[in-house]
Design a protein around this ligand. Structure first.
Ligand SMILES: [Zn+2]
Length: 500
């Protein structure tokens, strides 16, 4: 069984998760569930970045110690991800001892391999507390950070430890252009290639004496810069430096937002090269969830809460909407109108209606038992095409394409019912034809329950349960094992609320 080690960005613990966080976690979860379906030994990591200065500020504002505050935040994030059915295998917090140990050891290895990769120097620049990063002129518009136009940049001058990032430019350019380190989608890869072609400056990797953070090895006056610290979480969670961590490392896929590709495609691989560690295989950078064309985030003051969005039509509907409509490859818009439309058309009238009509007819005409006939129909042919298109899209992290392929099968199956008109076959006592049609519909439902699972896990489980079958493997899609299965009528999968 090939291993598949998948991570998401770890989030700052300075406020509740929003829709942008949710898109990333749900998208990564969809990939994790799909890889499990394909038979991979998936290890899915998520966690919290707890050493940022924003934590100290948020804790103070709420009358708590940083420790109390991060504990509270971690519990809130865990609760939201559980509600959204995110199936991560591990949850790392950068305040854990296992992480401290890995950060210290990675810095030690960098020092050992190339003595001058880390050096002391003076830094003067404009610091964004939203990004926790010194900003370059190209990242500043109207005197503000591009990502955080509502925050003031802080002029900072310090003596810090520096990492000789410039040394790794040529190697990174070669690895990324050759595809040895895959950066996707292509628009993000091109941005990184341009950035590398423009040349790299060394970066400061410590801050002067912060009370909250990991002390810089060999220099207690300095604290490890929060980004340098945070990136190492992906390695800490493998058990590094204890023997056996290579069972998971290198990561097969880092899922991140498009705003932090420089950290994941430049700084992180350079750190690993400097320490002599293997590089991740792929970085996927998703876009932002926008609200009327602007980035949705706490600092931007957007008011749609994740709790409201989950409440609207339930967690599965939100997962589906984020991945199908907002999308995982570029920026996309969220609006209540569009969410309601998708819910009604794709889920209530589409999949929900198909499941309910098909099972009702199997119940009415065959006492709930799937007819034992094995005749291929046009619906089976359409299903095989849909499964193939779904697999191609999902392999390429094209989650929107995967959902489209699955829901095309929903539309085809609903059309099949209209064309074949089983009620007419029943009335005219054309029993063999009725058996063939009902069995074909049951196979379509089975296939949909399997391929829609990464998008709508709870509802897909409900469909399988109504079909009287457990689990569902990729291999079983060729010939669904449901002949003679005893089905039952489900509760309405996607009820239409009166407000819609
Ligand atoms: Zn910023």
């Amino acid at each position: 069984m090939p291993k598949f080690y998948l991570t998401t960005a770890i989030d700052y613990s300075n406020g509740d998760p929003h829709l942008g966080h949710a898109l990333e976690k749900v998208g990564a979860d969809c990939i994790a569930r799909y890889r499990r379906l394909r038979g991979d030994d998936v290890h899915f990591l998520m966690g919290m970045d707890e050493h940022s200065q924003a934590v100290i500020q948020a804790a103070e504002q709420n009358g708590k110690s940083p420790r109390e505050w991060v504990d509270l935040m971690a519990a809130r994030f865990v609760d939201f991800w559980a509600r959204l059915e995110v199936s991560n295998d591990d949850w790392i917090r950068t305040t854990e001892p296992r992480h401290h140990e890995a950060v210290t050891e990675l810095l030690r290895r960098i020092q050992q391999r190339n003595r001058d990769d880390l050096y002391v120097g003076d830094y003067e620049g404009l610091y964004c507390t939203g990004c926790e990063e010194f900003k370059q002129p190209a990242q500043i518009v109207n005197g503000r950070c591009i990502e955080h136009p509502t925050l003031e940049l802080v002029p900072t001058r310090e003596r810090n430890h520096f990492f000789r990032l410039s040394r790794y430019r040529d190697t990174l350019l070669r690895l990324i252009t050759s595809g040895e380190l895959r950066v996707d989608p292509a628009i993000r890869r091109n941005e990184i290639v341009r950035l590398l072609e423009d040349g790299l400056q060394d970066i400061s990797v410590s801050r002067h004496r912060l009370a909250w953070g990991i002390p810089f090895p060999g220099d207690p006056d300095q604290t490890v810069y929060v980004w340098f610290d945070a990136l190492i979480n992906y390695l800490s969670a493998t058990g590094f430096p204890a023997p056996g961590y290579e069972r998971l490392w290198p990561a097969d896929l880092h899922v991140v937002g498009k705003g932090i590709t420089r950290f994941h495609c430049v700084i992180w691989p350079a750190m690993l090269l400097a320490a002599g560690e293997a590089l991740p295989r792929q970085v996927w950078a998703h876009g932002y969830v926008q609200w009327e064309g602007t980035k949705m985030s706490k600092t931007a003051g957007t008011t749609v809460t994740l709790a409201d969005a989950i409440e609207r039509h339930g967690p599965d509907a939100l997962r589906y909407f984020l991945l199908r409509e907002v999308g995982f490859e570029a920026d996309g818009n969220f609006s209540w109108e569009r969410f309601d439309e998708r819910y009604t058309a794709d889920l209530a009238d589409g999949l929900g209606n198909l499941v309910s009509r098909s099972l009702a007819m199997i119940g009415k005409y065959r006492e709930g038992v799937v007819p034992v006939v094995q005749q291929d129909t046009s619906l089976d042919e359409a299903a095989r095409k849909a499964v193939a298109a779904y697999g191609r899209a999902m392999d390429a992290c094209d989650l929107r394409g995967g959902a489209e392929a699955a829901w095309e099968l929903v539309a085809t199956a609903n059309l099949y019912i209209q064309q074949v008109a089983p009620w007419k076959l029943a009335k005219e006592e054309r029993d063999t034809e009725l058996d063939v049609a009902l069995a074909a519909l049951a196979r379509a439902l089975y296939r949909l329950a399997v391929i829609a699972e990464p998008f709508i896990p709870a509802k897909a489980a409900g469909i399988r349960e109504s079909l009287g079958v457990a689990g569902g493997t990729w291999e079983s899609l060729a010939a669904p094992p449901i002949r003679g299965a005893a089905t039952s009528r489900p509760e309405s999968l996607f009820p239409k609320p009166s407000s819609v």
